[in-house]
Design a protein around this ligand. Structure first.
Ligand SMILES: [Zn+2]
Length: 436
């Protein structure tokens, strides 16, 4: 017989800083937000994801009784958060009422800041995009210039479309670096001078005092877009992989973004795949992104071309003013160039090998591939798929789907709308215990 282990020396469990972000509930936001109960929040989240719904739909997706559903719907209608639509659907021979989020209750702004671009959107409360705008920008210009530009543009877009600034109740922002989600700030981001610990939320809130501002890493934001409006709408456990200038992953666990303890989960670009590989900006050698992201694809292709292995790649290089980009390698592959095909295959193999480990570790239902380099097409996808299938356990891959993003360049903006909306309806930390 064994003895019971002494456990009194253990320290109490530390609560993750992500449980109660400091920014939650600081903006004016919805006047009645604090009065939303946990059950109402669950219904709102379902409706955000699935659109129009009937009481019968809610009975399928929740374990609520009919009485509870009716009472929650009544309460949310009183708070003007949902509205009743014309009865159009037939259910068991009779028309049943449908309900949806009240789009007119306010506006949500979406901001997707990339390394070389700003993407903006303005949506109504139901998540429908009303305005979409993009322009090139360099993240290296620093937060004062970039955030100033973002806020000026949002004001201009609102004005041009006769939308009131005071109606903006939520702003979701994705940024291309590691974010401490609990405070909404970047932490030692590489290639982003001036952004470390910069108060993004406070800066944007000065322009839009009525809005609750939420900041997250761009890949997490894209993953959110994908589960709410893209390829992963019917999936609760997935990995979203962005392949662009770098490589990162957004992890969706049980329908929620898994951010880890500090908020930096999913930084797969710095998993080592080749100890003798190229030096990475993180200081290590042979990180995944140094051998498989966009710049690595372009560099390897150029090297091969300069050794005389591909006249097509040299043609692209010369036509572009002595620059070869990852998309040129994609074009050359589509033209049947053997060197370009080989370079893309290698990149897919590296990414697939890392994903195979993640599949064995995490057992997701789906992997969604997005980001600029995903435009290289099916060749990349098939090599990733092949590597994953080869190296993962059969049970983990039996029903695993590996697909391209369905919302492509809009993933960041649609995800930022979801991010803002999710927290607009959150319970205040003080109200969460008594409002069940
Ligand atoms: Zn690295």
């Amino acid at each position: 017989m064994g003895t019971i282990r002494e456990v009194t020396h253990r320290k109490p469990r530390i609560t993750s800083s992500l449980d109660e972000p400091v920014w939650l509930g600081q903006a004016e936001s919805l006047p009645n937000r604090d009065f939303i109960t946990l059950s109402e929040k669950m219904l709102i989240d379902l409706v955000r994801k699935h659109g129009d719904f009937t009481k019968a739909d809610l009975a399928i997706y929740t374990d609520f009784s009919r009485t509870k559903i009716t009472s929650c719907i009544g309460s949310l209608i009183n708070k003007e958060i949902i509205v009743t639509n014309q009865a159009t659907e037939y259910s068991g021979g009779r028309r049943s009422k449908t309900y949806s989020l009240n789009g007119k209750l306010g506006l949500v702004a979406a901001v997707d800041i990339g390394a070389t671009s700003i993407d903006l959107g303005i949506a109504d409360f139901s998540g429908k995009l009303l305005v979409r705008y993009s322009e090139p920008a360099s993240i290296k210009d620093g937060p004062i210039k970039i955030l100033g530009r973002v806020c000026t543009l949002l004001e201009k877009l609102l004005l041009e479309n006769c939308l009131s600034i005071g109606k903006v109740k939520g702003i979701g922002i994705g940024v291309p670096g590691p974010v401490d989600f609990s405070v909404g700030a970047l932490v030692s981001p590489p290639i982003m001078p001036g952004w470390d610990a910069y108060p993004i939320i406070q800066t944007v809130q000065q322009w839009f005092p009525s809005a609750n501002v939420v900041v997250d890493n761009d890949v997490n934001v894209m993953a959110l877009g994908e589960i709410n409006q893209g390829a992963g709408w019917d999936v609760d456990n997935l990995i979203f992989v962005k392949i662009g200038t770098g490589i990162g992953a957004g992890i969706v666990c049980e329908g929620k973004i898994y951010r880890g303890f500090r908020g930096c989960a999913g930084d797969i670009g710095h998993i080592g795949v080749d100890k003798t590989g190229p030096l990475c900006h993180c200081g290590n050698r042979g990180c995944l992104e140094t051998v498989a992201a966009g710049p690595a694809i372009a560099e390897r292709a150029l090297l091969a071309a300069q050794l005389g292995k591909s006249s097509i790649l040299i043609k692209h290089y010369e036509e572009n003013g002595m620059i070869l980009r990852a998309e040129d390698v994609g074009d050359a592959a589509r033209e049947g160039d053997a060197t370009a095909i080989e370079v893309i295959r290698e990149s897919g193999q590296f990414i697939g090998d890392v994903l195979a480990s993640l599949v064995n570790f995490y057992d997701p239902q789906m992997i969604v591939i997005g980001g600029g380099v995903s435009n290289l097409g099916n060749l990349l996808l098939s090599s990733i798929r092949q590597a994953v299938l080869q190296r993962s356990t059969p049970l983990a891959t039996r029903d695993l789907r590996i697909v391209f993003s369905e919302i492509g360049a809009d993933a960041g903006v649609l995800g930022a709308v979801s991010l803002a909306t999710e927290y607009m309806f959150s319970l205040s930390p003080a109200g969460s215990s008594q409002n069940r």
